[in-house]
Every structure is written in structure tokens, then in C-alpha cells.
Design a protein around this ligand. Structure first.
Ligand SMILES: [Zn+2]
Length: 478
């Protein structure tokens, strides 16, 4: 009887809390995202033509290959397109990666604008040839238009225009462009080493990552500036099962592939990774909530009540939402014996992990090792790096980016954003506290599909805003 009263009491308290959340939601005004890209045909055409020339040169990078000569040829195109940048800034070239230095009046808050020159290969059949750079119906087509020659073109053009005005920046400006981002090569680390050698500690690094995203979540209408503040770490683990072989006509019970299969099934059914809504994910959802329908405003606008529930529910609703809350584990490669009738003496499975700060590299790898032991498997770390310290969304550097967005894209909501993919910006984290991942161009569903996929294109209306964003950021950094 007492137990029943306790349960009824708990239910009554819960009902009151939910009622409080509902009332709070009803009393909080909802918001709408009002910014729409403006048309500016003359500037769009000028910038699209420059971007087209960059896209027509296929700067595909391949793992393990230094293709300096190819990138030097590409640099000649940049020199033709941005002559003032090349005559006024100090240029350093390292194995095909580029670093420009623009001396400002002061050097205590240097800024680095960056984007990679290389692109992924373009396979399959495309509506427009992937290296055509066709400009048609307000779109520019080709590999690299969205990822990310658009930002490289835009910051070079921004500096070109400022130089034309005779502008001298208040603070030192660096333009950085690696040629190995798509293959996780050493282009960017070499640029960072060069800056370290010069004793440069950037105040802000502005790389790709987030962007102006149309409808970033189901239920949200309009455009949002998704500013990447947290990038997950990444590692590849090789899981090895060994045995003495045997004959496939009388297979033993626990042969290597059987053990690996049990292990990977166990991992997918009972993940050892903890789901938790960290500060960055929390800030992202809280900032998005007012723009959503009632259910979104209720759940994400009252995380003081619903956070534990969402931490449990979100992973089963969507893989993308799950990736924001825990270290992900993706089995990617397998190997066994060389013959259909040969039991392997050694079979392997590769796991690709994306680490979250609350269960970072060491802890996640240990959890995998622990589980592997149960199946008599060995684990080797092939390569790995942890999730680094996130950018503080209340810092002056983040505020500067927000102010720039407010000026160039009025009424576009700025949202701190948790990224699940990787960028070159991570290499800068050892010398900079504010590595902000934001490309100031509009990415709708077509761009999300096109990047690394078929039919990559960018709407030309994105380009004037992107050039203005970089110009304004340089001007505001005083
Ligand atoms: Zn990219």
C-alpha cells in the first residue's frame, strides 16, 4: 500500500513538472528564421566565373602521393585570378600547400582563413561533367564547387577586393590552403608547423565544417548558420582473431570468423559507448528549439526536464542524432582466408570510431578491448586522434563570428554546431583556442548529397555573401 502511494506521488510530481514545461513553452515566444539569400547577378557572374576556372582544374588528391607539380599548376590559375593577393601578400608554398601572409597594423590577434584546394575523385555519371565548371540557371557545377573551392575562392576574392580599396588590416591575416585534406595527409600539419616556427598563435582559425544550412533538422523551416564548435576525434582499430587453422570439412566451434561475427553483433546490440548530451549538443538544441514546432520547443526548450529522456530516445530515432551523443563504432573492413575451403589462421575486422569528448579516445578504445577479450580477440590501434577541446560559444572570438554573420546575413540565426565529420582545422587546435568551422555559403539537401557524391553544385547566389563575410570578418577583427 505504501509503495502504491509512493508511485502515485512520483507520478503526480512528474505530471506537475511536465505541466510546468508545457506552460513555459506556451509562454515563450516562438521564432522564425527570416534570412533569404539575395540575388546580385553581376557579382554572382564574376565570382562564378572565377570559381569555374578553379573547378575546371581537377585537383584530386590520392592517399600517400605528393603531387606537388599538379598543385603548382593550379597555383598559376590562382595567380591569374587574384593578382593583387599574389603581389601584396607573402606567399609560402610547402609541397603544394599554400600559406599567404598579409601584414596588419598589429600582430596580437592574427586570423587564419582556410579551405582546402584538393577534391575527392568524381566517379559515376554526372548531369554535367564533374570538371566542366558549367554555369547554368544560377548554379555552378562540378567537383569542389561546394567542398570547398567556394570558400577558397571567396576568401582570396575578399582580400583581392580589400587590397583594391587600399585597405590595410588592423591585425595580421593568414590565408591557408592544404592540398591533402581529403586524404587526411600532412599538408595542413606542415602549414601549422610553419606557423609554429614563426611563433604565430591565431586568435581565430576559420575553416570549413558548418555552413548556412537550409532546414538542418526535420521540423525546422528556413536557413541557419551552423557554426562548428566541436569536432569528434577519430580512430581505426584492427580486431584480430587467431587460430591454428583446421579443416573446413569439420570446422571447430569458435573459428576466427565466428568469434568476430559474435563480437560485432554484440557491439551493435549492446554498445559500450555512453550516450550523453554534452554542453555543445545542448546549446545547439536549445538555440534551434524556438524555431521549431511545438513538440520541438517543448522537448529541446526544456532540457532541464527532458534531457535524460532524450539521451535515451534519440539514438534509436536517428543515426545522425545518435552520432551527436556518443562515440560511434562502424565496422568497415574484414579479411579471412584466401580460399573458399580454407579456415583462416587469422581473420580481421576493422572498426572506425568517432570519439566524443565525454568518452574520448583512450576510454573508447579500452571499452572495445574489454569487449574483445570476451571473444578471445586482440585489438590493434592502426591510427587515432582524440576529440579536442571545443570552441567556447561564449568567447570573444565566437562573438566576433556571430557579429560578422549578423552584419552580412541579417536575421540569420547563429547556432553552435557539433560536427560528426573531420576537417583540417583540428591540426590548428594546438596553436589556437577558436578553430571555428563555418563556410559562409548555403548548403541545402542537394549540396549535402553532392559533396563526395554525384552532381555537386553550388547556387551562385551563395558567392557574394561569402566574399562579404570574409571581408567583414577581417575588418571587424581589430
Ligand atoms: Zn572539405
Amino acid at each position: 500500500m505504501i509503495a502504491l502511494y509512493i508511485i502515485l506521488g512520483i507520478l503526480a510530481v512528474l505530471a506537475l513538472l511536465v505541466l510546468a514545461a508545457v506552460i513555459r513553452t506556451c509562454l515563450t515566444p516562438s521564432k522564425t528564421s527570416e534570412w533569404e539569400p539575395k540575388k546580385d547577378p553581376a557579382r554572382e557572374q564574376e565570382y562564378a566565373e572565377k570559381l569555374a576556372k578553379m573547378v575546371r582544374f581537377p585537383t584530386v588528391s590520392y592517399k600517400g602521393q605528393i603531387q606537388r607539380e599538379k598543385f603548382l599548376e593550379f597555383h598559376q590559375i590562382l595567380e591569374e585570378l587574384f593578382p593583387l593577393v599574389h603581389s601584396h601578400l607573402e606567399k609560402t608554398e610547402i609541397d603544394g600547400s599554400l600559406l599567404f601572409y598579409w601584414k596588419g597594423k598589429h600582430a596580437d590577434k592574427p586570423i587564419v582563413l582556410m579551405g582546402h584546394q584538393d577534391v575527392v575523385p568524381a566517379e559515376g555519371s554526372w548531369e554535367h561533367d564533374p570538371f566542366s565548371g558549367d554555369i547554368e540557371d544560377g548554379k555552378i557545377w562540378g567537383r569542389g564547387t561546394a567542398d570547398t573551392k567556394c570558400s577558397v575562392m571567396s576568401f582570396l576574392q575578399a582580400v583581392e577586393e580589400l587590397l583594391k580599396e587600399g585597405y590595410v588590416p588592423e591585425q595580421d591575416v593568414y590565408l591557408a590552403s592544404s592540398n591533402t585534406e581529403e586524404v587526411a595527409g600532412d599538408g595542413c600539419p606542415k602549414l601549422v608547423a610553419e606557423l609554429k616556427r614563426r611563433g604565430v598563435r591565431p586568435y581565430i582559425v576559420n575553416d570549413e565544417g558548418g555552413s548556412i544550412v537550409t532546414e538542418p533538422m526535420a521540423g525546422l523551416k528556413g536557413n541557419f548558420a551552423m557554426i562548428g564548435v566541436l569536432e569528434k576525434g577519430q580512430g581505426n582499430l584492427k580486431v584480430i582473431a587467431r587460430s591454428n587453422g583446421g579443416h573446413s570439412s569439420y570446422p571447430p566451434k569458435n573459428s576466427p570468423i565466428v568469434r568476430l561475427s559474435r563480437f560485432v553483433t554484440d557491439l551493435s546490440k549492446h554498445s559500450p559507448m555512453r550516450s550523453e548530451m554534452n554542453t555543445q549538443a545542448k546549446e545547439m538544441f536549445e538555440n534551434l528549439a524556438p524555431y521549431g514546432p511545438f513538440w520541438m520547443r517543448l522537448l529541446f526548450g526544456n532540457l532541464w526536464l527532458f534531457k535524460p529522456l532524450l539521451e535515451r530516445l534519440m539514438p534509436s530515432i536517428s543515426a545522425q542524432a545518435a552520432a551527436l551523443l556518443h562515440t560511434t563504432v562502424a565496422p568497415t573492413m574484414q579479411s579471412g582466408s584466401d580460399g573458399c575451403n580454407v579456415l583462416p589462421q587469422e581473420a580481421t575486422l576493422t572498426l572506425n570510431l568517432r570519439y566524443i569528448p565525454h568518452q574520448n579516445m583512450e576510454e573508447s578504445n579500452a571499452a572495445i578491448r574489454e569487449r574483445a577479450k570476451k571473444y578471445n580477440l586482440e585489438v590493434e590501434v592502426m591510427d587515432a586522434y582524440p576529440a579536442y577541446e571545443p570552441v567556447d560559444a561564449h568567447s570573444s572570438a565566437f562573438q566576433l563570428v556571430e557579429d560578422t554573420i549578423a552584419e552580412v546575413f541579417p536575421k540569420l540565426p547563429p547556432i553552435p554546431y557539433v560536427m560528426t565529420g573531420g576537417t583540417d582545422a583540428r591540426f590548428f587546435q594546438e596553436i589556437c583556442d577558436a578553430c571555428i568551422r563555418f563556410s559562409p555559403v548555403v548548403y541545402g539537401p542537394a549540396q549535402m548529397k553532392g559533396m563526395h557524391g554525384l552532381n555537386e553544385y553550388l547556387d551562385t547566389y551563395s558567392l557574394p555573401g561569402a566574399v562579404d563575410y570574409y571581408k567583414t570578418l577581417i575588418r571587424k577583427n581589430s
